[in-house]
Design a protein around this ligand. Structure first.
Ligand SMILES: C[S@@+](CC[C@H](N)C(=O)[O-])C[C@H]1O[C@@H](n2cnc3c(N)ncnc32)[C@H](O)[C@@H]1O
Length: 232
């Protein structure tokens, strides 16, 4: 579904590499943990302490990788398309290996990971199917695939793309797509995944303390976390 049908901002739009290559300077100061980390904290599964090896798809600066490392996961490989984001992740040191690649074709080994995770990237993908298929290829039997997403309802109702402010003070959008919950279900089921858990994060008091101007969005869902399981 085209984001342009919902766009209320009209920002100039750039591609992923251009956008994150610029946003990287301020990314960690502007991305809110309420969006993704708060949801990861609420998941009942997987059992993070039991994970031996994780693949972090769209690892960015290593926020997700650091959260996994803090849960005690001993080995984490990260993949990202944007070299500037990877350079920050490299300095952070949460990952064992970092690879510059598309999440649709990571080059990582088959069936080697008991956790695959992808946080806050799918709105940049035209098509979800290659991501779910690649996660399946990487996943060992019984592995989990955790996907945290910018909620389609919030993108549609706010008309707000993923965006940042550049050094000139301009608000710039990064290519954003709207994927319905049913799009995730169709892509995941087609790849072979079974849904084990789904959580939604809503605009609550914690969010309103961060974004007081969002009072009109109180109780609207803004993010979601899926836990998919490879039964075979
Ligand atoms: C919002 S950041 C999320 C980073 C990290 N997971 C986090 O939660 O902070 C999105 C990241 O996805 C990466 N990305 C977007 N599309 C990608 C693709 N097709 N393949 C690999 N990385 C991609 C971007 O370069 C960026 O670093």
């Amino acid at each position: 579904m085209e984001f342009s049908d919902f766009d209320a901002r009209g920002y100039r739009t750039v591609d992923v590499r251009t956008g994150y290559g610029e946003w990287v300077a301020h990314y960690e100061q502007t991305v809110e943990d309420a969006m993704d980390i708060a949801l990861l904290d609420r998941l009942q599964e997987p059992s993070w302490a039991a994970v031996a090896r994780a693949a972090d798809l769209g690892c960015g600066t290593g926020r997700t990788g650091q959260w996994l490392r803090d849960r005690g996961i001993p080995s984490i490989d990260g993949v990202d398309l944007t070299p500037e984001m990877l350079a920050v992740a490299q300095r952070r040191g949460a990952h064992d290996r970092l690879v510059e690649a598309d999440v649709a074709a990571t080059g990582l080994p088959d069936a080697a990971y008991d956790l695959v995770i992808s946080s806050l990237i799918d709105e940049h993908l035209d098509d979800l199917n290659p991501l779910y298929r690649e996660a399946w290829r990487l996943a060992a039997p019984k592995a989990a695939f955790v996907l945290v997403t910018f909620h389609p309802h919030f993108i549609m109702t706010s008309g707000m793309p993923t965006h940042y402010t550049n050094d000139a003070g301009e608000s710039v959008a990064i290519t954003t797509n709207v994927h319905l919950i049913s799009d995730h279900a169709a892509a995941a089921l087609a790849a072979g995944w079974r849904l084990a858990e789904l959580r939604e994060g809503v605009i609550d008091d914690e969010w309103l303390a961060l974004k007081p101007k969002w009072a009109r969005f109180r109780n609207h869902p803004i993010s979601a976390a899926y836990v998919w399981r490879k039964d075979g």
